[in-house]
Write a protein that binds this ligand. Sequence first.
Ligand SMILES: [Zn+2]
Length: 433
Amino acid sequence: MSLLIKNARLVDGSGELGTADVLVAEGRIASLSGGDAARVVEAAGKVLTPALTDPHTHLRTPGQEVKEDLASGLRAAARGGYGAVLAMPNTEPALQEPEQVQALLDEARKISGAHLFAAAALTRDQAGERLTPAALLAQAGASLLTDDGHTNEDAGVLARGLIYAGAAGLPVAVHAEDAGLRGGGVMNDGRLAAELGLAGNPPEAEAARVARDLEVLRYAVRKLELLGRRPLLYFQHVSSARSVELIRAARAEGLPVCGEATPHHLTLSEDAWRDFDPLFKVAPPLRTTADVEALAGALEAGDLCAIGTDHAPHTRAEKERDLESAPFGIPSLEVAFALLYTELVAKRGLPLPVLIERMTSGPRRALGLGPARLEVGAPADLMLFDPGLERPVEPEKFVSKARYSPWAGWRLSGWPLLTLVAGKEVWRDAAVA
Ligand SMILES: [Zn+2]
């Protein structure tokens, strides 16, 4: 079905593109200067961008569908303006067989929601010891390899993983934390943890592992040069100023590395722990306001190349355990864009095209895909939002099974109103006639 989106302000990662009438037909952008369509959406005052890509989502399928399943997760993503998400493989069992990857991708195609990209485990059962078959997983459709949810303690295994994945054209993502230094830490290590009597997870646990992994990457680059290939190392959920410095220096040197920032590390600090609420318990932990500032600066400068939600749903009962035993994780697919639009663009003055770049082309580049552009002939993977529409965060209305949020009650603007994937509507807010 053809669709005409009239008078929309167009913004993609390359910049502001002016106002246009966008005609969508046969799954693509057919025209930027209007045309006949079966349906018309009046979009004056609204902003049309490429649909977002989330490089870090936990859909809990297979095995933990009580927390989230493919349908609830992919629909929640669509509601959040996402046209595609990369699902993490720390499922039960871990996603590590080529047949499992194919089956998951097949299942996702039946669901009207965001498109699914699948990440597969880097090592068997994510135990960090024996590598999974990178080339076969790539053939089966995996987009990236990672043991996220676990740390990679053995540098030799990670090095070989980067080499085999790189040879197969796949990036490797890591949860960079030194398990020994982290110990049993549940929140940021510092004065507040001491005051509250809680075990601290120091920023050095992350930075030490980032530093090591960059040396491992340097080795993998040297080895793969012989094959004419390059690995890509993707640091998930970077949380500390020191880690940002290390990644910035590595990028300046030309190492193939990308760092991710999450909505929670960009908008919340350890001070949230004063209420003793396990909703704020996340790994790596919320850090200091100085770290939050450093992450926002690095995101704008491009030292951090992508925003990943790390949408990590758990049941309400699990999250309401005590601080020591509650699981780590925050669900955020449905608030990420409005949150970052409000906090970074509207309040801090981050240019909108930069936010869009880090939520579309940035993650796509890390996955080896081309940039997302609003141009004739491009796939009609689109998101429409209203910068003037302010609403509170209402977790009870989430499509995700995880209906709680550390941002509950925050008044945000920029809510996604319409999400299209290949020209098909996967989310439409009641505010769109
Ligand atoms: Zn992680």
